[in-house]
Design a protein around this ligand. Structure first.
Ligand code: PEP
Ligand code: MG
Length: 895
């Protein structure tokens, strides 16, 4: 460690780092260095590395020895660059201390501004700036922020002191406070610090302040909200955060100063329009915190929003011009939409941050396609710009315009705010994040309505279908976080009056109560009373372009798990290239079929069973015909019956009576038979191919239905269907051999009736550990494998898939499994069996067709793994097909 460089300088003409060093310097630090090197106006500073954060925790929250000397050197360099001195009575250097992880974690960690102020330097600042009020206002802000972040004293302590003081003076606003007033308040603040900090005074020495703030930022890497955010955004704890110490610039030095946030394109829609918000005479965090609602930057946007506030383009035209030039330069340099933070100090522009901007799925899509058309990025890069998980948002319903017009005409618009994050949602009103989380845990859809949100609300925002706030702009916490999560959000709905205690929210005399239903349209900023109908999304245009490029890039095929014609149709429209799993037992749940299925299961003789099967045959045949018709010449994998029997048992007397009526068997006999069939552990019981072993006639009927349907459809359409018959839950080669022989015999009896040649395959699921282990044997019989990773996870982990929800949450919380292994493949464990099965199967048949049809087939991380193993296809539920196509492309492009 002794030679490790822990501190990197930036700005003032020389930077140690650059944008490629994000892992070490964090996003903010790396980009500050890069911007400074590009010649942009960046206040100088230095970055303490993420590696130090890791070392700090490894050493039990202690710093490596050599940090002290390195920090001292960088501080000296900074003083020289800034032409100011830390702690000077006449020319004091003030700094900001901010976190900056590899991946942006907006608002999750701590920040301290105006650091370096004490009684002496505050007076120095007053002299230097010629503005005593500003100097002492900054000083009191610093005491409050530092005490909160570093000393853990709540804001209330300071706010109460200030309110009492103002009351006594008869002041209404903070702006009524004069420099002398702030000085008096500062004395009271410091006394309060002693009281709330175990008798210890506020640190006067700027160096002590600096170490305190650095410790707090590193400490905030492990605060609850940062941990929560990391978990939901797949950010490993081992990455750590960097700390950026930067010379302060002041956006709060009067009307020629300002601070703002801008996006080089619209992060909500993707439109190529410079977009941002600013506040005159405000300090850095004010825009993000949503304390005041900021004004738009450009005239165009102000007009579009009907804003009365003067845009920056009008109030500071030169700065605006300079800012748009910087934005252009940054976008061309980074070849992506940038999210920038800037401050104007007495008419001079400073850049405080740039990063690739967070965006909605809709915006990501629109920008990727447009940037590709502009020649800024390639098709493959465009594909990589859209996260597969994000795509989900585009595949979900939006508000139906006709229904909306009707709702508007009926006077059901409750309030209109800013369209902060698109998409629509319906739910019950809640006013509190804990309440939102509790309700969501019970399966309720809720809409969180808040004055504003803060990082403490993150779990409530996650639990809600949409978020509505009364305060804050398009770059407020609520807006940024909601967009990242893909939650519809309306913010800055200023006419909302929220009374959390009474559980009421009102607008102009109209009141809604906790639990009332509202519909939120994040695309327009409207909130409607009651429900407004939704429609399916549009999958043409940009969506179709990206999908076409993704299809060119991927090597994995994407199929679907579907059995009803409606689902098969949806999946085909979403681009499914075949059926990877048709669960035939699902076709038996129909009200008119289930009594026959039950009669078949409960039959005590082969004769009784055959009678029931005779009735089922035409039903199955017509099901398969419908599927073959839709899928044409695409492969259709049909799995023979695999029901854990308990799922089909009659539960009530009424159901039993139905079966008796249909089968002509008495209730007594049926009841006796049902008790005979009772299993203690049906998931490991008489299911899968074990049914086929005991009752050959069931699989024979199904095979007949499949092949007859294929013949009929071939005749009807002239296109030969491609059936793949799949045997479930095998453990041995012998099971496959036995089943396969019967299926082939049926095919040989039926298929010659077709004029067109019908090719078919007989293969098996690999969903038991033994099957994966003995895959080489099994491959001698099977013509394809499909990994049933639901059962394979269940049987490998020994965790019942039906009961896992009760305790897996605790496992995730305690980091035993990072993710639910039924959602994302447990690559180390279950994945090893999948890999072994694939390799062993292909050792016998190098071209063996191999797919996956467990739930993992629609999960991007699991798809990447399947790609790596060289599988032929993944199969997932219809709505996930586009996600899987994109994830397969990402896997190929990142390989
Ligand atoms: C599986 O086990 O992964 C599978 C696809 O089959 P099912 O979920 O029907 O048991
Ligand atoms: Mg299974």
């Amino acid at each position: 460690m002794a030679n490790t460089k822990w501190v990197y300088d930036f700005g003032g003409g020389a930077s140690d780092g650059d944008a490629s060093m994000k892992n070490l310097l964090g996003g903010k630090g790396a980009n500050l260095a890069e911007m400074a090197s590009l010649g942009l106006p960046v206040p100088p500073g230095f970055t303490i590395t993420t590696a130090l954060c890791t070392a700090y925790y490894d050493l039990g929250r202690k710093y490596p020895e050599e940090l002290d000397a390195q920090l001292e050197t960088s501080l000296k360099t900074l003083e020289a660059k800034a032409g100011k001195e830390f702690g000077s009575a006449t020319n004091p250097l003030l700094v900001s201390v901010r976190s900056g992880a590899r991946a942006s974690m907006p608002g999750m960690m701590d920040t301290v501004l105006n650091l370096g102020l004490n009684d002496t330097t505050a007076e120095g600042l007053a002299q230097l700036s010629g503005d005593r009020r500003f100097a002492y206002d900054s000083y009191r802000r610093f005491i409050q922020m530092y005490s909160n972040v570093v000393l853990n004293i709540t804001h209330d302590v300071f706010e109460d002191i200030l309110e009492d003081f103002k009351d006594l003076q008869g002041y209404e606003l903070d702006t009524d406070m004069q420099a002398e007033d702030w000085q008096e308040v500062i004395v009271k603040y410091k006394a309060a610090v002693v009281t709330h900090n175990n008798g210890k005074p506020f640190p006067e020495d700027p160096k002590d302040q600096l170490w305190g703030a650095i410790g707090a930022v590193f400490g905030s890497w492990m605060n609850d909200r940062a941990i929560f955010y990391r978990k939901h955004n797949d950010i490993p704890a081992s990455w750590g955060t960097a700390v950026n110490v930067q010379s302060m610039v002041f956006g709060n030095m009067g009307d020629t100063s300002a601070t703002g946030v801008a996006f080089t394109r619209d992060p909500g829609t993707g439109e190529n329009l410079f977009y941002g918000e600013y506040l005159i005479n405000a300090q850095g965090e004010d825009v993000v915190a949503g304390i005041r609602t900021p004004a738009p930057i450009s005239k165009a946007r102000a007009a579009e929003m009907g804003s009365d506030d003067a845009p920056l383009e009008v109030t500071m035209p030169d700065v605006y011009k300079q800012l748009t030039d910087v934005a252009d330069k940054l976008e061309k340099h980074y070849r992506d939409m940038q999210d920038i933070e800037f401050t104007v100090e007495e008419g001079k522009l400073y850049m405080l941050q740039t990063r690739n901007g967070k965006r909605t799925a809709q915006a990501a899509l629109a920008m990727a396609v447009e940037m590709c058309k502009e020649g800024l990025i390639t098709e493959n890069e465009a594909v990589l710009r859209l996260e597969p998980a994000q795509l989900d948002q585009l595949l979900h319903p939006m508000i139906d315009q006709d229904a909306k017009a009707a709702a508007t005409a009926e006077g059901r618009v409750f309030v209109k705010g800013l369209p902060a994050s698109p998409g629509a949602a319906i739910g019950k009103i809640v006013f509190d994040s804990d309440e939102a989380a509790d309700a969501a845990a019970k399966g309720e859809d809720v809409i969180l309505i808040r004055i504003e949100t803060s990082p403490e609300d993150i779990h409530g925002m996650h639990a809600s279908k949409a978020i509505v706030t009364a305060r804050g702009g398009m770059t407020s916490h609520a807006a940024v976080v909601a967009r990242g999560m893909g939650r519809p959000c309306v913010c800055g709905a200023g006419s909302l009056r929220i009374n959390k205690e009474l559980g009421e929210v009102s607008v102009a005399g109209e009141t809604l109560k906790r639990g009332d239903i509202v519909t939120v349209d994040g695309a327009t900023g409207e909130v409607f009373k009651g429900r407004v109908a939704m429609i399916e999304p549009d999958l043409s245009g940009d969506f179709a372009h990206i999908m076409e490029w993704a299809d060119k890039a991927r090597t994995l095929s994407v199929r679907t798990n579907a059995e009803t014609p409606a689902d098969v149709e949806v999946a085909k429209n979403f681009g499914a290239e075949g059926i990877g799993l048709c669960r035939t037992e699902h076709m038996f749940f129909d009200a008119d079929r289930i009594p026959v299925v039950r009669a078949m299961i409960l039959a005590s003789s082969e004769k009784g069973r055959k009678e029931a099967l005779e009735k089922l045959l035409p039903m199955q045949r017509s099901d398969f015909e419908a599927i073959f018709r839709i899928m044409g010449d695409k492969p259709c994998n049909i799995r023979l019956l695999d029901p854990p029997l308990h799922e089909f048992m009659p539960h009530s007397d009424e159901e039993m009576a139905d079966v008796a009526k249909g089968s002509g068997v008495s209730i007594e006999v049926l009841t006796h038979r049902a008790s005979e069939l009772h299993e203690s552990n049906p998931m490991l019981g008489h299911r899968g191919c074990r049914l086929g072993v005991t009752y050959p006639e069931i699989y024979e009927m199904q095979a007949r239905a499949i092949f007859e349907a294929a013949v009929n459809v071939a005749k009807e359409t002239g296109v030969a269907p491609v059936p793949e018959v799949m045997i479930p839950l095998v453990a041995t080669k012998a099971e496959v051999a036995l089943m396969k022989a019967r299926i082939v015999k049926m095919a040989e009896a039926v298929l010659p009736k077709s004029d067109i040649k019908i090719d078919y395959l007989v293969g098996t699921m690999i969903e038991l550990p033994r099957a994966a282990l003995r895959a080489a044997d099994i491959a001698q019989e099977a013509e394809f494998f499909s990994f049933g990773t639901n059962d394979l996870t269940q049987t490998t982990l020994g965790i019942s898939r039906d009961d896992a929800a009760r305790f897996l949450g605790d496992y995730e919380k305690q980091g035993i499994y990072e993710k639910d292994p039924f959602v994302t493949l447990d690559i180390e464990g279950v994945g090893e069996l999948v890999q072994m099965g694939t390799e062993r199967g292909r050792s016998v048949k190098p071209d063996l067709k191999i797919g996956i049809c467990g739930e993992h087939g629609g999960d991007p991380a699991s798809i990447a793994f399947c790609h790596k193993l060289g599988m032929s296809y993944v199969s997932c539920s219809p709505y996930r097909v586009p996600v899987a196509r994109l994830a397969a492309a990402h896997a190929a492009l990142k390989a």
